[in-house]
Design a protein around this ligand. Structure first.
Ligand SMILES: C[S@@+](CC[C@H](N)C(=O)[O-])C[C@H]1O[C@@H](n2cnc3c(N)ncnc32)[C@H](O)[C@@H]1O
Length: 269
């Protein structure tokens, strides 16, 4: 089989059927040149894709009917763990933006859009996510609940598109034609428990992404799990590689741990 036939075969599996081509291609490139059978390349690529995109999502999430926000948030490993702490986390992260108009841009959002009601301070919410089923789920929820949110089906490896989406948010054109100035809306970018997933597909991509997007934002918040999401054991990894990079390149505003998740807030210097 040639490359495009192999990729077609890989995404025949429902779990991967709605992933952006870019992500599937990067995953496949890890095994493309390996001296092994096509079947084995397909198996290995699917295994990697599952680790990056599928392992947090319960199958039940792919076809929920009339379920509450909490039900959805509980069916995704990342949001389930955060559920008791949402209010506190958002209050702390957004404390300096009281009385200001903000836009949240949530990269690799999973189903985090369902936590919209925990934002004390409401602004627009923009999610970017590779798993098409989760994107549809969020968009339906926003529509049904008249929430000012939108989810984009896009890979974070598509840097040009990601920057375009970020840039298109945040500048509100004046409603009255006589107003000359544009109203600046602050942009806050979330990358919750996403950098590890990016690194699994391309080493050091997190650094490249942060360097490109941080200048477009007023604040960036990244997070990591500090204990295994499945076994609940404390991790040994300290993630110096990314912490040092952030300290060297940006101004750290806050760094705290809550509910097995470490949050680091920073801005462009
Ligand atoms: C561990 S989950 C975290 C979800 C969410 N940020 C949260 O903390 O609740 C990682 C998410 O990132 C998404 N993701 C991973 N790599 C991505 C990529 N290259 N582009 C877009 N989304 C990606 C996955 O599909 C998954 O939903």
């Amino acid at each position: 089989m040639n490359k495009s036939e192999l990729i077609k075969k890989i995404i025949e599996k429902k779990e991967f059927s709605q992933l952006p081509e870019k992500d599937v291609e990067i995953a496949f490139s890890h095994f493309e040149k390996r001296q092994t059978s096509d079947e084995e390349k397909i198996r290995l690529t699917r295994e990697l894709l599952h680790k990056v995109f599928g392992s947090f999502t319960s199958q039940k999430l792919l076809s929920p009917k009339n379920k509450s926000e909490e039900w959805i948030l509980r069916k995704h490993l990342s949001t389930r763990e955060r559920l008791p702490y949402y209010k506190e986390v958002y209050e702390r992260i957004l404390k300096e933006f009281e009385n200001k108009k903000i836009n949240i841009i949530d990269l690799g959002a999973g189903v985090n859009g369902f936590s919209y009601k925990y934002f004390e301070k409401k602004g627009d919410y923009i999610a970017i996510e590779s798993v098409g089923q989760l994107v549809n789920l969020m968009n339906n929820y926003f529509k049904e609940n008249k929430i000012s949110g939108v989810a984009y089906h896009e890979s974070l490896f598509n840097l040009k598109k990601i920057k375009k989406i970020i840039l298109e948010t945040g500048v509100l054109l004046p409603k009255e034609p006589t107003m000359v100035e544009k109203v600046k809306i602050l942009r806050i970018i979330f990358l919750f428990k996403v950098l590890d997933s990016l690194e699994m597909l391309e080493r050091d991509y997190s650094k490249k992404l942060l360097k490109e997007i941080a200048p477009l934002a007023d604040k960036v918040v990244i997070s990591f799990a500090t204990r295994s999401m499945i076994k609940q054991k404390k991790f040994k990894v300290e993630r110096h590689w990314i912490l040092d990079f952030i300290k060297e390149n940006f101004k750290v505003l806050d760094d705290f741990e809550l509910g097995g998740e470490r949050y680091i807030c920073f801005e462009e210097e």
